[in-house]
Design a protein around this ligand. Structure first.
Ligand SMILES: Cc1cc2nc3c(=O)[nH]c(=O)nc-3n(C[C@H](O)[C@H](O)[C@H](O)COP(=O)(O)OP(=O)(O)OC[C@H]3O[C@@H](n4cnc5c(N)ncnc54)[C@H](O)[C@@H]3O)c2cc1C
Ligand code: SF4
Ligand code: SF4
Ligand code: SF4
Length: 382
């Protein structure tokens, strides 16, 4: 049996979860990305792994987006969210209707991130904010399916290729019990390179320090864009421009992605989920503003109900200019940056960090200048 080409594999591991013979093992590449490998001795050629793979047999039920909104949640929520806070609104709305919510939280030590399933609002708060690293799926497909088999309902949120894996794993069943929400996805960054970058950062600043918080999108200084990163070690807060943390430099410059991201099959206007959310491009509210793409009748019905939900915030239909900009973004061809193949071949992660993911000091100075200007502006506007 042959699985999809390694270059196209998104690491959802639906194949491993359906294999009745435990014949699929995991191999890891230099950048720490995991791939399935079939043990020919154990394999009985049943073909289940091939038919569950969303790359080998594509999802055919995608639909063109029906309506696009700009959304701004309450200020308090937006400060704690990456963008306009739509995730918090829909998660709390569906939680109140008895749904469980699947989303991504940091690991307890902040050196990685994983998907989890919850029915608690406290855990949903931890799902807020984009963790720009590949999140481990662990058993989230299996655990979600168990809830659905018992008649439960689920809001599944995450990146498109992970939701595709989930939908294939469910094999078209339970569609009345699930709501899916994906993100406009730039790419999945190597969590191994992130972990090594963070360890080096801690070592250079506070040997043996304990990381208490990581925030890829500190607000309000980033003025809505994701350019400021915070790392809290013990009681000391390090706030820096994205480009000066090696991993984040690699992420924004597309140097640390999984191979499949360079020819992503989900970056298009036809979506496989009910909702797609992202950032409003160009001019938008400095505290953050969401794009909300409604892709199904179910999503339109939910939006109708949600607007009367307490503290729902403000929805505005996107104008033609914005719709055009989104269409253009979703039809852009993705290309692999020239340095990528050299980085992917390197076995020494410290060398990758020191040589290829170097901080950009010019941008650092510009950042400090902007930060001072913003502080002064704030003092005068108080
Ligand atoms: C890897 C990644 C790439 C993105 N690329 C783009 C982009 O190119 N353009 C764009 O407009 N928007 C992008 N986004 C989406 C954007 O950053 C915001 O997450 C989105 O606008 C939602 O904002 P919010 O305020 O509603 O959400 P928040 O409250 O900040 O919601 C967080 C949501 O993101 C999910 N999430 C967080 N980290 C991960 C992760 N590592 N993997 C999967 N799901 C995660 C949570 O489960 C939750 O559903 C990306 C997000 C991620 C995680
Ligand atoms: S099912 Fe997922 S992990 Fe398995 S080969 Fe396909 S994309 Fe890769
Ligand atoms: S063909 Fe069947 S037995 Fe072989 S790896 Fe795939 S799922 Fe497992
Ligand atoms: S860019 Fe595409 S392949 Fe890469 S993580 Fe996002 S959805 Fe998956």
């Amino acid at each position: 049996m042959k699985l999809c080409d390694k270059k196209d594999c998104t690491g959802c591991f639906a194949c491993k979860q359906v294999c009745p013979k435990n014949a699929i093992t995991i191999s890891v590449d230099n950048m720490g990305f995991c791939y399935p490998e079939i043990d020919d001795i154990k394999c009985v050629n049943c073909g289940k792994c091939h038919s569950v793979c969303h790359v080998c047999s594509k999802i055919t039920s995608s639909t063109e987006t029906k309506k696009i909104y700009r959304y701004k949640g309450p200020e308090k929520v937006r400060l704690e969210s990456s963008s306009g806070g739509f995730f918090t609104l829909i998660a709390s709305f569906l939680l109140s209707k008895g749904y469980h919510v699947v989303g991504v939280v940091f690991d307890e030590d902040y050196y990685g991130a994983h998907y989890e399933i919850t029915d608690s609002f406290d855990r949903i708060k931890l799902m807020r904010k984009s963790k720009y690293i590949e999140a481990k799926l662990n058993d989230v497909y299996k655990d979600s399916k168990k809830i659905l088999q018992n008649g439960g309902k689920i809001l599944f949120t995450g990146i498109p290729c992970h939701i595709a894996g989930f939908l294939k794993y469910l094999n078209g069943k339970y569609s009345n019990q699930i709501v899916t929400l994906d993100l406009l996805c730039f790419g999945n960054g190597s969590s191994y390179l992130y972990k090594c970058s963070l360890a080096k950062f801690v070592e250079n600043n506070q040997k043996n320090g304990v990381v208490e918080k990581v925030d890829f999108r500190h607000k309000p200084f980033c003025e809505g864009s994701h350019t400021v990163m915070d790392i809290l070690i013990g009681k000391e807060l390090y706030s820096m421009p994205a480009n000066s943390f090696p991993y984040y430099y690699g992420y924004v410059n597309r140097l640390v992605f999984r191979n499949s991201c360079y020819k992503c099959i989900y970056n298009k206007i036809n979506r496989i989920t009910d909702f797609t959310i992202g950032d409003v491009p160009g001019d938008h509210d400095p505290l953050g503003e969401n794009l909300v793409l409604c892709n199904s009748q179910k999503s339109l019905d939910i939006i109708q109900c949600i607007q009367s939900f307490s503290e729902s915030g403000a929805f505005i239909l996107a104008d033609d200019k914005l719709v055009g900009a989104i269409r253009e973004k979703l039809s852009c061809k993705r290309i692999e940056p020239p340095l990528y193949s050299r980085i992917a071949k390197q076995k020494d992660v410290n060398l990758v960090i020191a040589k290829y993911l170097k901080a950009n000091n010019k941008k650092g100075v510009a950042f400090l200048f902007r930060k001072i200007c913003l502080k002064v502006k704030r003092i005068f506007t108080k």
